[in-house]
Design a binder for this molecule. Structure first.
Ligand SMILES: Cc1cc2nc3c(=O)[nH]c(=O)nc-3n(C[C@H](O)[C@H](O)[C@H](O)COP(=O)(O)OP(=O)(O)OC[C@H]3O[C@@H](n4cnc5c(N)ncnc54)[C@H](O)[C@@H]3O)c2cc1C
Length: 456
C-alpha cells in the first residue's frame, strides 16, 4: 500500500526513535529479536523510545488503515510481520523502583534481567520467568509461569496496573480502580488490546533460594524420571520443580561434561530455609547416580541459572501444552518417544510441576487460563529452520496425540505457538473467558487495529 508522503513525514517528525520502511536492510538489527527465524518486513517499523512514540505510531496506523503489531524481545510468536505497522519496544526499557511499596514500574520493552537487577539490592525480587532475557510485559500478558510458580503463582497475579495505548490511540490506565475490566483482561488475556507502555508490578521479599539443577546421564534417566514423576505429585508450595530431557550438541563450545550427551536435568527451587530445601530434595539426589549437581544456595538475582535457558539469538521453534497429571504410563510414553536413542528432532522437552499457588485466582479475578493444570510441557525443536514448517509440527502433533490422556483442556497462551497459526489460541482459555476477552478486545480496539489470533 502506498503511504502518503505527508503522513510519513509527520510520523517521522513525531517519533524520536528510528522509523524504517519495508525492504530496509536495517530492520532485523533494529528489532534485535531472540528468535531470528521470522523475517519481519513490515510496511513501517517504528522503533519507539517513549510512550508518545507509541501513540504516534498507533495514530498513524489508525489514520492509514494499517494493522499494528508489537515486538519487544522477539521471544514470542514466530509469525513474520509483513504488513502494517510493527512497533518495536527494544529501545523503550527501564525500571523505577519504590522499595517501601515493593512496586517496580516497568517500561514497555524491559527484560526481566533489568527488573531483577534493580530489585535485588533491596532484598526484593519479581516473580519472573525462567529466562531473564524474556520481556517482562509480553510474558506477564500471557500469565507467566516461572521457576517459583508453585510458591507465588502466575506472574500476572503480581501485576498491579498498566498504561496502555488502545486501538483508538488513547492512553488509558488499567488497575483495580480504573478500567478494571481491562485490568482483568491484561492479566493473562495476552493480546489484542493495545500496546502496554508501562506495568506496575509488586515485588516479593526474597534474599536467597535453595535452587539449581541436577543432571542424570543416559543410563540413569529412566530411574530418575520415574522418581521425579512420583515425587513431584505431592509437594509443598515452597517447591517448584521441572524435569527436562536435554540433548547437547557435540560441539567444542559445549562444556565437556555436557557435550554430545542426552541428560535429564531436574530443576528445583525452594523458598525458605536452605537446610529444609536440601532435605526435601534428597529423594531426587538419591534416585540414581548424579552426573552433575548444581543445586545450591543462590541469590534471587541468579534465578535464570535454575533453568539455564538459551540467551543468544538464533532460529528457534517451540510448542507448549499443559498436563493434568503425570504417572508411570506418562513416563513410558514420553521416554519411548524422546528418550536417549529415540532420535526425536527436539533438543529439549521440559515438564514443569505447577499447581500450588497457581491454582488460586487473584481478588477480583483475572483472565489467566490453565489454573487447573498440574504440569506444563514444552518441546524445543532442533534449531534447523528447514524443519520448522512441517517436520517439527508433525512430530509434535504425533507426540501430543500420544499424550492425550494427560493433556489438559486449556493451555497457557505463552507457549501456544505462532499468531499466524490457525487455532493457536483456541485452547488458551475456557470458553467463558475467551468470550469475555473477545468482547473487551472489541471495546478497547473497535476497529480491530491489533490483530490477534488466527486472523493475524
Ligand atoms: C527461552 C524462553 C524461555 C521462556 N520462559 C518462559 C517461562 O518461564 N514462563 C512463561 O510463562 N513463558 C516463558 N516463555 C514464553 C514467553 O513468555 C512468551 O514467548 C512471551 O510472549 C515473550 O514475550 P516477549 O515480549 O519477550 O517476546 P516478543 O516476541 O517480543 O513478544 C511476544 C508478544 O507479546 C506481546 N507484547 C510484548 N510486549 C508487549 C507490550 N509492551 N504491549 C503489548 N503487547 C506486548 C506482543 O503481542 C508480542 O507479539 C519463554 C520463551 C522463551 C523463548
Amino acid at each position: 500500500m502506498a503511504l502518503a508522503s505527508a503522513a510519513v513525514e509527520a510520523l517521522t517528525a513525531a517519533v524520536t526513535g528510528p522509523v524504517l520502511f519495508q525492504g530496509d536492510p536495517r530492520i532485523p538489527a533494529e528489532i534485535g529479536a531472540f528468535n531470528t527465524y521470522p523475517a519481519h518486513d513490515p510496511e513501517v517499523l517504528v522503533a519507539a523510545e517513549s510512550e508518545s512514540d507509541v501513540v504516534a505510531a498507533v495514530r498513524f496506523a489508525l489514520e492509514n488503515g494499517l494493522p499494528v503489531r508489537v515486538v519487544s524481545t522477539g521471544h514470542g510468536s514466530p509469525t513474520p510481520v509483513v504488513d502494517g505497522v510493527l512497533v518495536s519496544l527494544r529501545r523503550f526499557h527501564g525500571v523505577t523502583l519504590d522499595p517501601d511499596a515493593r512496586i517496580a514500574t516497568i517500561r514497555g520493552g524491559t527484560r526481566w534481567a533489568e527488573v531483577i537487577e534493580a530489585a535485588a539490592p533491596h532484598g526484593l525480587a519479581p516473580v519472573a520467568g525462567s529466562s531473564a532475557t524474556v520481556g517482562s510485559i509480553g510474558y506477564t500478558l500471557g500469565g507467566g509461569l516461572g521457576p517459583l510458580a508453585r510458591t507465588f503463582g502466575f506472574s500476572s497475579d503480581w501485576a498491579r496496573g498498566f498504561r496502555v495505548v488502545t486501538g483508538e490511540g488513547q492512553v488509558v490506565v488499567a488497575n483495580g480502580f480504573e478500567n478494571p475490566d481491562l485490568f482483568w483482561a491484561l492479566r493473562g488475556g495476552k493480546g489484542g488490546f493495545g500496546v502496554v507502555t508501562e506495568m506496575a508490578f509488586e515485588l516479593v521479599p526474597l534474599t536467597a533460594l535453595y535452587a539449581g539443577s541436577v543432571m542424570f546421564d543416559a543410563p540413569h534417566i529412566e530411574a530418575a524420571y520415574r522418581r521425579w514423576a512420583e515425587w513431584s505429585r505431592d509437594l509443598p508450595e515452597t517447591i517448584t520443580t521441572a524435569a527436562a530431557l536435554v540433548s547437547f550438541p557435540p560441539l567444542d563450545m559445549v562444556p565437556e561434561p555436557l557435550r554430545g550427551r542426552t541428560l535429564l536435568a531436574v530443576r528445583y527451587a525452594f523458598v525458605g530455609d536452605p537446610a529444609e530445601g536440601e532435605r526435601l530434595f534428597e529423594p531426587i539426589r538419591s534416585a540414581a547416580p548424579v552426573h552433575l549437581d548444581g543445586v545450591r544456595v543462590m541469590g534471587p538475582d541468579e534465578i535464570a541459572q535454575i533453568h539455564n535457558d538459551p540467551a543468544d539469538p538464533g532460529p528457534s521453534w517451540d510448542r507448549g501444552l499443559m498436563l493434568d497429571s503425570v504417572d508411570d504410563a506418562f513416563v513410558d510414553t514420553l521416554l519411548g518417544a524422546l528418550g536417549p536413542g529415540a532420535g526425536a528432532p527436539f533438543v529439549a522437552c521440559e515438564v514443569r510441576r505447577v499447581g500450588g499457588a497457581t491454582t488460586r485466582d487473584v481478588l477480583g479475578g483475572s483472565a489467566v487460563g490453565g489454573r487447573g493444570a498440574g504440569y506444563t510441557l514444552v518441546l524445543v525443536g532442533v534449531p534447523d529452520p528447514a524443519l520448522f514448517e512441517s517436520v517439527l509440527p508433525a512430530v509434535a502433533d504425533g507426540l501430543t496425540a500420544a499424550l492425550a490422556p494427560w493433556v489438559s483442556a486449556v493451555t497457557t497462551p505463552n507457549w501456544a505457538g505462532g499468531f499466524g497459526v490457525p487455532g493457536t489460541f483456541d485452547a488458551s482459555w475456557p470458553a467463558e473467558t475467551r468470550d469475555r476477552l473477545a468482547t473487551l478486545r472489541a471495546a478497547y480496539d473497535p476497529s480491530g487495529l491489533f490483530p490477534f489470533g488466527p486472523a493475524a
